[in-house]
Ligand binder design. Structure first.
Ligand SMILES: Nc1ncnc2c1ncn2[C@@H]1O[C@H](COP(=O)(O)OP(=O)(O)O)[C@@H](O)[C@H]1O
Ligand SMILES: [Mg+2]
Length: 324
């Protein structure tokens, strides 16, 4: 029998709709059986998990394909990546200064009908700035997850380089789509059009796209959420900032955040020896959230490959050191 903790984690992750945790708990049960010498059962479990994972990914892909916008408009399909995220804000570790405006947006969005009676509109335009790997893209997904909306990711660098000369028409199409299909529209790597310092032969085109963006976002009356994200706010044109309801700055994780991220990611597993979290956090200082998540995943993989059932915290430390 697998340890009760693992079974509890399995059931809890299913209840939470957390597929990643569900599969990692299931793998852990398989690993435990392998370690007890129940090789056939372990292999059987592993095969079942692989199959379930495949089906899960497939049904996820099918669902995003049925979002109507992309089936009907081929041009848009090339500009937008669309999917229905399941993550929530609680899956993220965020500073109060970041969490508060996001919670406010969600609360206002949930009250839009009430606001409408008074001719008010809910917050829906955000500019997210900060270093890479701190959760800007993830936030767009979490907001969509909270509101039950699809997320549409616009790749702007592609827009400008691929559609030179046509990019304004394409941008207008994206804004038109916001009216037809309520969703969270993420203009990721926004600096590629929002910059006032662009040089080179594309500069004229980029300036025109930026102007067109400014005009479009100003007159937009849709029910969609518009999010622009950039690692380089200092290059953004000043005219942009006042077009957004909130400008949110994403900092690198503090020691406390680092500990929360590690605990969150390793919660489904037992740990070999009680870790000294504060010294690990000190070691990881300066890394972004993404690096820390990856280091946790490395430690889990090492455990699985060694056929063990407990995380060796040295593997985590090694993963952190490697990323410094
Ligand atoms: N605040 C956060 N809380 C939890 N996980 C995070 C956070 N920020 C980043 N991550 C992890 O790092 C990955 C990359 O983050 P991402 O949102 O793409 O960063 P950014 O867009 O700021 O560059 C995420 O998929 C997630 O696993
Ligand atoms: Mg990003």
């Amino acid at each position: 029998m697998a340890a009760t903790e693992q079974i509890k984690s399995l059931i809890k992750s299913f209840g939470d709709g957390d597929a990643d945790r569900f599969f990692s708990s299931a793998l852990q049960i398989a690993a435990a059986e392998a370690q007890k010498g129940h090789t056939t059962l372990a292999q059987e479990l592993k095969a079942l998990i692989d199959k379930a994972k495949q089906n899960h990914n497939q049904s996820f892909a099918d669902r995003s394909r049925t979002i109507p916008i992309l089936a009907s408009q081929r041009d848009l399909k090339e500009l937008l990546d669309v999917f229905q995220p399941k993550i929530k804000l609680k899956d993220m570790v965020l500073h109060a200064d970041v969490r508060e405006p996001l919670e406010k947006l969600i609360a206002e969005q949930k009250n839009w009908q009430l606001f409408q009676q008074y001719n008010l509109s809910p917050r829906r335009k955000l500019l997210l700035t900060g270093p890479p790997g701190c959760g800007k893209t993830m936030t767009a997904q979490a907001l969509a997850g909270e509101l039950g909306l699809p997320v549409f990711i616009v790749r702007l660098d592609g827009l400008v380089s691929k559609y030179m000369g046509e990019s304004i028409a394409k941008l207008t199409m994206i804004f038109a789509a916001m009216n037809q299909h309520r969703g969270v529209y993420l203009f990721d790597e926004f600096d590629s059009i929002g910059s006032h310092r662009n040089t080179g032969h594309e500069v004229g085109e980029i300036k025109r796209v930026l102007n067109s963006f400014l005009i479009n976002i100003e007159k937009d009356q849709s029910n969609s959420i518009i999010i622009a994200a950039t690692n380089m706010p200092e290059v953004l044109d000043k005219a942009l900032f006042r077009r957004f309801d909130d400008v949110i700055q994403y900092p690198l994780p503090t020691a406390e955040d680092i500990i929360s991220i590690i605990k969150k990611h390793l919660q489904a597993f037992s740990i070999l020896k009680k870790p000294n979290y504060s010294s690990i956090a000190q070691m990881a200082e300066g890394l972004n959230y993404s690096d820390i998540v990856r280091a946790c995943e490395d430690a889990i993989k090492e455990m699985l490959m060694k056929g063990q059932t407990k995380i060796d915290i040295q593997d985590l430390i090694h993963g952190i050191a490697k990323r410094k």
